[in-house]
Structures are given as structure tokens and as C-alpha cells.
Design a protein around this ligand. Structure first.
Ligand code: SF4
Ligand code: SF4
Length: 407
């Protein structure tokens, strides 16, 4: 078995006290009998793998890397990191074409965007989805996110001068979703920050954060993107800028997965990379400014905490912003995984487990019967919109749409 050369971050599997709490919290264990669970796949398996790589189990690919085991572990064992590192070290299976396509978001977005209308129409056809299911193993029930004909980057470049006129500035890591699928989210952030007297700059040279590459075994490609992104972030930070983000998974990946999985040292800039929700709460507090809201809003929203935001511990900022909007009643949903885990739920072999994992969340949303579901993760949005009749908004978009003033 080939062992890839890589300087791995320090394991702390010896701190495991074998309580099995992680296994009780893992959403995959109850729905996939092939998966050994976090304790066996993580600390227990690591002891064996260090003795002999023969003990590597390919079923570790069923881990969604949701980090719920790490949040639950009372000993602070980096269970999911240990599992991902084991996959990186010992799994020499070639990356499937399907997985490469799903994980290459910059490439797919660049190719699809000029033909967005056609691509959206074709991928929406049942016959296309059946063909992708039969040929590539992409589950036919999965709804593909729509591509946007125009990107966010070109829009912000057109507004560069007016953004530069603000005394304060931030750099925005907008990521693939805002660039290729939903530029409105980036525009919504600009609207809010401008209302606070802050201009927005592009993070020049940014690439996909690489989270889908990590989960699909494309570690070299993910490392290349990490180097590019950290270079861009260092440049912005050296100019005195904070780097704000609107995707919880991108944020978590750049802050925590780069050093833990890719061995990319970000210690000099990590604290400067923050979710826009947190940045806005802090800006409101430190500046004493207030946002002005419309007075005609009457909505009930259900807030879903994405797993990676739970790991960051930052859902409080999203909730704080939602509760600031007059006329919005916010119901905090139970701590349940939606089941998609990025590209995981797109794969035919995971489809059944993905939907079963999300069922408790879908049922709770139906019981609350909100006007909107709100969450900070785009793939949670895709999963909830595919599996329930409810529309899902990012808290930044709801906040922006609720503002009384416009640009
Ligand atoms: S929760 Fe932590 S300490 Fe308990 S079995 Fe899992 S890894 Fe070990
Ligand atoms: S990261 Fe998620 S799926 Fe993987 S072992 Fe931990 S809880 Fe289970």
C-alpha cells in the first residue's frame, strides 16, 4: 500500500478515553452499517494503522467530515482530522471522474457560466439526471444548483470606485457559490457593510477553498488552492484588512482544515478570517451605529445551524442579527445535520443515507412551518430546498432585504 509523503499535524488520539460519545453523535453510524464510526475509524483505528497500514479501512470514505464527533468529544480528540489524515496517508484509490468533476468547482463554474441558461435547463431535465446517475453515479434525485450568467467579481469590479470611497474597508472571500451560482449574496453583504460605512474589496486571486477536494481525496489540488488563498489573504491582511466570508464551510476550511489536514500554516492570518455575521455584530458594537430597518416585515424564520458553523461556535452571531430585525420571529432548530455534506449527498452510494440523516431536520422544519429557513451554508440550503417545500436564505440576505436604506 502506497503511503503518501506528508508532514501531518500532531495526532492526539491518545487522549481518547473510549467513552463512545462521538459514536452516539455521528449521523452516519445509524444509517450506514458499513461505516465503523468515529471511535473505531479515528483513535482506535489509528493505533492499529500506526502498527501496520494494512489495517486501513476504505469504509472511512463514508465519514462526511461534519466534525460533530469533535464537537461532542469531552477529551478534545481531533477525531475527524485523524480520519481525514488516514484517508490522505493510506488510501491509494484513484479519484473517480465523478468526484473530480464534483470537486472542481472553479473549473465547472468557469466552463458552465457562459452557457448558464442552457446548462441550467439541461441539468434540470429528468433524462439528464438519469443519464448522470447511470454513467457517473450522481444520484438522479439530486437537484443541481443553478449557475448565474454573471459573476460577483465582475460586478464588484464595476463598483470598485464607490467602494474605495469608504474610509474603512474589508476584503471579501466570496467563494465559488457567490461567484458562479448566487452573486446576490455578495451584493447583499456589500449593501449591509456600506450601510455601516465600510467598503468592500475583492480578495484578489482567491480560489475555491478546496473543501470538496479534501473530501474527494484531491489533497494535492486542495493544497495548491490553500497556498493561493493564504497568499491572497496575507496580502490583504498586510494592507490592514480583515477578510470576511459568507460561507460557514469555506470559513471553517480556511481557518481550521488548512493547518489540520493540509499542513498549511495559517497562524499569522487565521484570526483575520471571520464570518461576515460576526464582523457585522462587532462593527455594530464598536461603532455605535445602528441599521435602519423596514417597518413592514412580519416573518417567522427557522434557523438551522450548519455543522461547520457549530464547530466554529459562531451561530450566535447569525442569531443575533436575525433577532435584530423588527418583525422577524426566529425559531432555533434542534442540532441536526442536514445530511448533504457538500458533494457527499450527490453520490448515488450515499443518497439514501444522506436523506435519512436529514429526515429529523426536515420533519422539524415542517412542524415549525416557517416563512423561510435561514442558514449560513449553501449546501445545507440545497439539501433543505430539495427535501422540503421551504425556501432557504442566508442570514446576510435576510438582513439586507430588511434594511430600510438602499445603496
Ligand atoms: S468522544 Fe472522544 S474520548 Fe470519547 S471515544 Fe470518542 S474520541 Fe474517544
Ligand atoms: S466527522 Fe461526522 S461523519 Fe465523520 S466520524 Fe465525525 S461525526 Fe461521523
Amino acid at each position: 500500500m502506497k503511503i503518501q509523503e506528508h508532514t501531518l499535524s500532531a495526532h492526539n488520539f491518545e487522549e481518547c478515553m473510549k467513552c463512545t460519545i462521538c459514536t452516539a453523535y455521528c449521523p452516519v453510524v445509524p444509517v450506514n452499517p458499513l461505516y465503523p464510526g468515529p471511535k473505531q475509524a479515528g483513535p482506535d483505528g489509528e493505533r492499529l494503522r500506526l502498527k501496520d497500514p494494512y489495517f486501513f479501512n476504505k469504509a472511512l470514505k463514508y465519514c462526511m467530515n461534519c466534525k460533530r464527533c469533535e464537537v461532542a468529544c469531552p477529551s478534545g480528540v481531533n477525531v475527524a482530522d485523524i480520519i481525514q489524515e488516514a484517508r490522505m496517508k493510506y488510501d491509494d484509490s484513484p479519484v473517480r471522474l465523478r468526484d473530480r468533476l464534483l470537486a472542481s468547482t472553479d473549473f465547472m463554474g468557469t466552463v458552465a457560466r457562459p452557457f448558464a441558461h442552457v446548462v441550467n435547463a439541461v441539468t434540470g431535465l429528468k433524462v439528464t439526471r438519469l443519464a448522470l446517475d447511470a454513467t457517473l453515479g450522481i444520484d438522479s434525485s439530486r437537484v443541481f444548483p443553478k449557475y448565474s450568467y454573471r459573476g460577483f467579481e465582475s460586478w464588484l469590479r464595476r463598483h470598485r470606485k464607490e467602494q474605495a470611497a469608504f474610509d474603512k474597508q474589508v476584503a471579501y472571500y466570496h467563494g465559488c457559490y457567490v461567484e458562479y451560482n448566487y452573486p446576490k449574496l455578495g451584493k447583499d453583504l456589500v449593501k449591509i457593510l456600506n450601510a455601516l460605512g465600510i467598503g468592500v474589496r475583492l480578495l484578489e486571486g482567491e480560489k475555491c477553498c478546496g473543501v470538496a477536494m479534501i473530501s474527494n481525496g484531491m489533497f494535492k489540488e486542495a493544497s495548491r488552492n490553500a497556498d493561493r488563498n493564504l497568499g491572497a489573504i496575507r496580502k490583504a491582511v498586510s494592507e490592514g484588512l480583515k477578510v470576511v466570508t459568507t460561507s460557514s464551510t469555506c470559513t471553517f476550511t480556511i481557518r481550521d482544515e488548512y493547518p489540520a489536514i493540509l499542513d498549511a500554516d495559517n497562524s499569522d492570518v487565521r484570526d483575520s478570517i471571520i464570518m461576515a455575521t460576526r464582523f457585522i455584530c462587532q462593527a455594530l458594537e464598536s461603532s455605535g451605529r445602528e441599521l435602519r430597518f423596514r417597518d413592514d416585515i412580519k416573518l417567522k424564520v427557522a434557523y438551522h445551524t450548519p455543522c461547520h458553523l457549530a464547530k466554529l461556535g459562531w451561530s450566535i452571531f447569525s442569531l443575533q442579527l436575525l433577532r435584530m430585525i423588527p418583525g422577524v420571529e426566529t425559531v432555533l432548530l434542534e442540532d441536526n445535520c442536514c445530511g448533504i455534506a457538500g458533494t457527499y449527498g450527490f453520490k448515488k452510494e450515499n443518497s439514501d443515507a444522506s436523506q435519512k440523516i436529514g429526515q429529523d431536520l426536515f420533519d422539524e422544519i415542517s412542524a415549525v412551518n416557517p416563512d423561510y429557513v435561514v442558514t449560513d451554508c449553501e449546501t445545507c440550503k440545497w439539501q433543505i430546498e430539495m427535501s422540503t417545500p421551504y425556501k432557504v436564505l442566508n442570514p446576510i440576505s435576510l438582513l439586507a432585504d430588511s434594511l430600510a436604506e438602499s445603496l
